[in-house]
Design a protein around this ligand. Sequence first.
Ligand SMILES: Cc1cc2nc3c(=O)[nH]c(=O)nc-3n(C[C@H](O)[C@H](O)[C@H](O)COP(=O)(O)O)c2cc1C
Length: 232
Amino acid sequence: MKVLWLFAHPEPASLNAALRDEGLRALRELGHEYVQSDLYEMKWDPIVREIASFDPDVVAEQEKISWADTLVVQFPLWWYGMPAILKGWFDRVFVKGFGYGLKDENGRVLRYGEGMLAGKRAMIVTTAGGRASSLGPRGVNGNLEQLLFPLQHGTFWYTGMAALPPFVVYSADRTDAAEFTAAASGLRERLARLETTEPIPYRAQNGGDYDSDLVLLPHLAAGRTDLDVHQR
Ligand SMILES: Cc1cc2nc3c(=O)[nH]c(=O)nc-3n(C[C@H](O)[C@H](O)[C@H](O)COP(=O)(O)O)c2cc1C
């Protein structure tokens, strides 16, 4: 496979950097090709100064995405989401005319399952300070699956990419050697199944589940309003 590994952590001695090193080593051993965008190391400029400007640094990232069949997006969970430098990568790189904006012959907008990046796969690798229970369905930190919805559904799936279930390390501020070994082997195991892992079964916008106002049909997930209604 051809993997673009997007990495957003400022410290080379961090847990995230150690996991990234393990992940890239695993990809090499599995015989996959990869390129990496280490955003802090690249001094990536996250600030949008002009909307959808195809600056050379943006085009270089778009070329990496076009080359790749799989994106791995790795970051520590900061304030319920991704670090600003990574948000700014999406804001500048996934612009109309590259990430989205495709229409079919009837003028129908292609997004959520169809679009410019359809056929690619994307997986989040993240670490969180909170313990697993506190990021579970009724945990005080919010359900991590739902916290990741903006990136997995609103970005990956919106542009057509299949979102693989995320790889998460919980309690990441208290990782001892044994826990790191377990996390590293969990990541290696997930990378070994990159090609075969079933994606999150999000509904396609144009697959018959939504009405013309883009509202889920009433008989599907009847009575529910949570974000999981957008999964089949
Ligand atoms: C600015 C900042 C915000 C954070 N926000 C969260 C959060 O919302 N939820 C959470 O579980 N942990 C949060 N944390 C903890 C980090 O996720 C944790 O320190 C990190 O995953 C550990 O990995 P590292 O050693 O590679 O940085 C935050 C940490 C920082 C520095």
